[in-house]
Design a protein around this ligand. Structure first.
Ligand code: GLN
Length: 317
């Protein structure tokens, strides 16, 4: 029996799931920058996109927020694609191992000086500057065009968020200088921060994340626009690293309970891909202790259980 989550998801009551989640009051809104601290903790938006590009969503699925670290797998995909040769140069520059540490931990591989993986800040700072482009602006323009292709429409930068990220990004600068000292960051630190901060400041919604997750789910082809954004071989690498590293030091428990490649962001966004079946997007600002959206994790747990989405689980009833 083929596992066809699309059929079962068509009948699923997402509004009832959202209502059930609103009673969940745990977690704290991120306060690393003023714009994130101002978020409404009661917002909860859910969206699903299927292989035909059909979108099912709830109230708040159109609420906009900055993508933050949820951008990292997509920047990684663009860097791998731009490197050619299935991204070999990027695979050599950035590790693919989970750290069990926080997303902003100041750690590099001791022997190589490489960032441990592209889903933590050190790795994303480097991958954002490995995309095509000879200047920070050219590299960011490549990221803007590529992430917009994943989204299916032109995205924009939240200028206030970008300014705060650059102004308050001392820890990321520390990571940048540490990588420079080990010879693993080939551009000036401020240039690297400029590209990375703007990438984190792209404005999305739960619905946009679901389209982006679906593009990864369908081998790099956007099911809404039909555009092949990156090669399928790149997507295999990206989904694998999302599965092991995407939820930070909650990745192990996530894979046991939810069983999907996913990536969270401190604004409260969460994107997940059900390979060859669905893309999921959730937005709810309150975060758990490792920086993942509390309601986002619970929504994905429920959808995985109810729709039989776990990549290692039995097919849906
Ligand atoms: N912009 C944030 C940072 O660089 C992103 C962190 C996150 O979303 N986990 O720390």
């Amino acid at each position: 029996m083929t596992r066809d989550a699309q059929h079962t998801s068509d009948r699923y009551d997402l509004d009832a799931l959202r209502s059930a989640m609103l009673s969940e009051r745990g977690g704290e809104v991120d306060d690393s920058i003023p714009e994130l601290a101002a978020a409404d903790p009661d917002v909860c938006g859910i969206a699903i996109v299927d292989r035909d590009g059909d979108v099912r969503d709830t109230e708040d699925a159109d609420r906009e927020f900055s993508i933050q670290s949820a951008v990292k797998p997509f920047v990684y995909a663009l860097a791998l694609a731009d490197a050619g040769d299935d991204g070999q140069a990027v695979l050599e520059a950035v590790g693919t191992e989970p750290t069990g540490e926080a997303f902003d931990a100041v750690i590099l591989e001791s022997e190589t000086g490489r960032p441990p993986n592209p889903m933590v800040n050190a790795g994303a700072l480097l991958t954002a500057n490995l995309v095509s482009g000879s200047t920070p602006d050219e590299r960011f323009e490549r990221i803007l065009a590529g992430i917009s292709a994943f989204a299916g429409h032109e995205l924009r930068v939240d200028a206030d968020v970008s300014e705060s990220e650059q102004l308050l990004g001392d820890r990321n600068r520390a990571l940048g200088y540490l990588m420079r000292s080990r010879g693993t960051l080939g551009v000036p630190v401020d240039d690297a921060i400029s590209v990375y901060a703007r990438a984190c400041s792209l404005v999305v919604s739960a619905e946009v994340l679901a389209v982006m997750g679906a593009t990864l789910a369908f081998g790099g082809r956007n099911p809404v626009t039909g555009e092949q954004v990156v090669p399928g071989s790149v997507v295999t690498t990206v989904l694998s690293v999302m599965a092991t590293c995407g939820m930070y030091d909650g990745s192990g428990g996530w894979m046991r309970r939810v069983g999907l490649p996913a990536k969270s962001g401190v604004a409260g966004g969460l994107v997940a891909s059900v390979p060859w079946q669905l893309g999921l997007g959730v937005y709810s600002p309150p975060l758990d202790e490792v920086g993942n959206s509390v309601r986002g994790v619970l929504v994905c747990e429920r959808l995985s259980d109810d729709l039989g989405l776990h990549v290692f689980g039995p097919p849906p009833a």
